[in-house]
Design a protein around this ligand. Structure first.
Ligand SMILES: NC(=O)C1=CN([C@@H]2O[C@H](COP(=O)(O)OP(=O)(O)OC[C@H]3O[C@@H](n4cnc5c(N)ncnc54)[C@H](OP(=O)(O)O)[C@@H]3O)[C@@H](O)[C@H]2O)C=CC1
Ligand SMILES: O=C(O)C1=N[C@H](C(=O)O)C[C@H](O)C1
Length: 258
């Protein structure tokens, strides 16, 4: 069966790459794209552009919606897709915990698969999993994520997911000196259950993360680098295929690839 796919955010850095990947794959058919600025009737030669997701679904009946947009609209897209029987594969980051819970409930209610993948690259998923394993033995953790300076959300979705995974394995405690004081606001980064997350934004970077785990006289550093956005594409292809077999929310690719 050919899987009919729609892409939200097709002009973006990730959206462009995803469109090219879907067009190349014989198992997928790109039926439409969603763009809030409809500057032309068609994307490329023949793919219709919609500004309304309801209308896109009604007219082009995709099986899967890939969302690579911005935090402000992704939750609404996910709910509309699920309400209308379309399976969301979401790469967009910046969800609140409440939004994640609402999407989980909606997917369960509709018995439709939905993937929210903070990171589609296999290397990053492995780095998150290895960090979780290591934190059981080395519970003093600092996460440093580094991205291009056009990224709108901080910390990154990958860093948040890494901290959540580590938190499942690490005993909760406040790291550092008990009388530690920030002389400058933000010096110690964000605090997630006592561990710290630091966000670096610089031109030239793509997507990089280091997880530092310290112990007496030792340091374990786990690092992943995405040097280009092709690194995310095999995860998108895998997610489109996998979502057709699922009937609930999958948050993070570790649950389907490891
Ligand atoms: N899961 C993963 O592996 C990865 C996830 N990401 C995430 O993907 C998202 C996109 O990243 P990136 O491509 O770099 O960002 P870009 O800013 O390059 O792309 C976002 C696109 O979405 C468009 N857009 C904004 N609002 C809407 C809307 N309401 N409907 C449709 N399109 C809209 C923007 O248009 P305009 O600019 O005209 O407003 C833009 O073209 C981010 O959340 C990022 O964190 C990124 C890389 C990997
Ligand atoms: O905005 C990006 O570029 C990326 N966003 C995702 C995130 O927030 O973790 C995934 C990857 O790091 C690239």
């Amino acid at each position: 069966m050919v899987i009919k796919v729609a892409v939200a955010g097709p002009r973006g850095r990730m959206g462009k790459e995803a469109v090219a990947t879907i067009l190349k794959n014989e198992d997928f058919l790109l039926v439409s794209v969603l763009d809030h600025k409809k500057e032309e009737e068609f994307f490329g030669d023949s793919i219709p552009i919609f500004t309304s997701l309801q209308e896109l679904i009604f007219q082009t009946e995709p099986h899967v919606l890939i969302d690579l947009t911005v935090p402000e609209c992704v939750y609404e897209h996910a709910i509309i897709a699920l309400e209308n029987g379309v399976r969301p594969v979401i790469g967009t980051t910046g969800f609140t915990d409440l939004q994640l819970e609402e999407i989980r409930k909606k997917a369960e209610e509709k018995e439709i698969g939905c993937i929210i993948a903070p990171n589609f690259s296999i290397g990053a998923v492995l780095m998150m999993k290895f960090s979780q394993m290591a934190a059981k033995y080395l519970p003093n953790v600092e996460i440093i994520e580094m991205h291009h300076d056009q990224k709108v959300d901080a910390p990154s979705g990958t860093a948040i997911k890494t901290a959540q995974m580590i938190n499942e394995a690490r005993m909760t405690f406040e790291q550092g000196h008990e009388h530690e004081e920030e002389i400058m606001d933000g010096a110690r980064g964000a605090n997630f259950s006592g561990m710290h997350i630091h966000s670096v934004r610089l031109p030239g970077l793509v997507a990089h993360q280091q997880v530092l785990l310290g112990g007496e006289g030792q340091l374990l550093t786990l690092r992943h680098d995405s040097f280009n956005r092709t690194s995310f594409m095999s995860g998108i292809v895998l997610s489109i295929n996998e979502i057709m077999k699922q009937n609930k929310l999958i948050y993070g690719l570790e649950d389907i690839i490891l």
